[in-house]
Design a protein around this ligand. Structure first.
Ligand code: ADP
Length: 313
């Protein structure tokens, strides 16, 4: 694999309200991965950008500043004066069960590919200023069909020009149907260099007739990681004209506190190692190490100090 030096993430990060009294935070699958990747690669030549839509309000500004403090490049963020970021609230019942409510239908990110002019991400891809683009099923689901097509067309040109496309299949049935997801995943997967696939989500979208691996090979995905919670993940990659496989065991965790962002952090560990030239097995091991650390804390983003033991060897 070539050695990308600039990876841009596209997706939605929302304001999070949780706890009593209510506290403000932020969260979103692609942002979680970008943030953990940025933390893991501070001392490497890799640079991490987050491309999204925000408003020009104080909360949007706070998000941008928080991301910059994590070392994330925010030059691909589009800000709209008539829009606000999406919002979600976490309610915890007396038994400790959490429920989530979302206000995201009119979130600023939906405008990202709406204007006639190219967005900052499209310009960066066209001008060769990014080497890799990462998106998830949620990044696609939140866009109108016209915008989904525009993004996939841009990724197709980018891929043909040598850019790398990375995809996490996070499927949220609240945002679209499995039929819709199947169609759009089918459009995107042939462009994908690294696919991070949660097996449960995959089955919800595609059913059980074809395995993830068969589909990956059929659609021409160059590298696929199949995640299965505490079970070993399976990595399938093409090298020297041959297909290779490996199973990599997850870490044992005695006390799982919150599996929020398990897959997002796994992706960050995997990419940190892979984009720094390590083997697929070493990358999966770092993905497991980070994910197993993250699930021992409450919330998506754990304190940076708790990641001190994780290094790129
Ligand atoms: P997602 O969060 O995308 O649904 P998974 O549940 O498959 O994905 O979890 C992603 C990764 O998180 C796993 O590959 C593993 O590294 C880690 N993980 C999740 N659950 C556990 C667990 N119970 N014990 C150890 N590791 C876990």
């Amino acid at each position: 694999m070539t050695h990308p030096i600039h990876i841009a993430f596209f997706g939605e990060c929302m304001i999070e309200l949780s706890g009593l009294p209510l506290k403000k935070g932020f969260g979103g699958d692609t942002l979680n991965t970008a943030l953990y990747l940025s933390r893991l690669t501070q001392r490497t030549p890799l640079s991490v950008s987050y491309a999204t839509g925000l408003g020009k309000d104080a909360l949007s500004q706070q998000l941008i500043e928080a991301w910059q403090q994590e070392g994330i490049n925010t030059s691909l963020v589009e800000q709209y004066s008539d829009k606000l970021p999406g919002l979600y609230m976490v309610e915890t019942d007396p038994q400790g069960e959490r429920s989530f409510m979302y206000w995201r239908d009119s979130a600023a990110v939906k405008s990202y590919f709406l204007n006639a002019e190219l967005s900052k991400l499209e310009q960066a891809m066209k001008q060769g200023r990014v080497d890799a683009v990462y998106l998830s099923g949620i990044s696609l689901a939140i866009l109108s069909d016209v915008c989904k097509k525009r993004l996939i067309d841009a990724l197709s040109d980018f891929s043909q020009a040598g850019g790398q496309v990375m995809f996490d299949n996070n499927f949220r049935p609240q945002l679209w149907t499995s039929e819709q997801a199947k169609y759009w995943y089918g459009q995107l997967l042939p462009l994908v260099d690294i696919a991070l696939i949660t097996e449960d989500d995959d089955q919800l979208v595609w059913g059980a007739d074809e395995s993830v691996e068969q589909r990956s090979v059929r659609l021409g995905c160059k590298e696929t990681v199949i995640k299965r919670g505490c079970e070993p993940c399976k990595v399938i990659w093409q090298q020297g004209g041959e297909t290779h496989h490996a199973y990599v065991s997850a870490e044992q965790v005695a006390n799982v506190v919150d599996t929020c962002a398990a897959g997002d952090s796994f992706a960050a560990g995997y990419l940190a190692a892979r984009l720094n030239g390590q083997s697929a097995e070493a990358a999966a091991a770092l993905g497991h190490q980070l994910a197993s650390t993250v699930i021992q804390f409450s919330g998506a983003i754990i304190p940076k100090s708790e990641m001190a033991h994780l290094t790129l060897s």
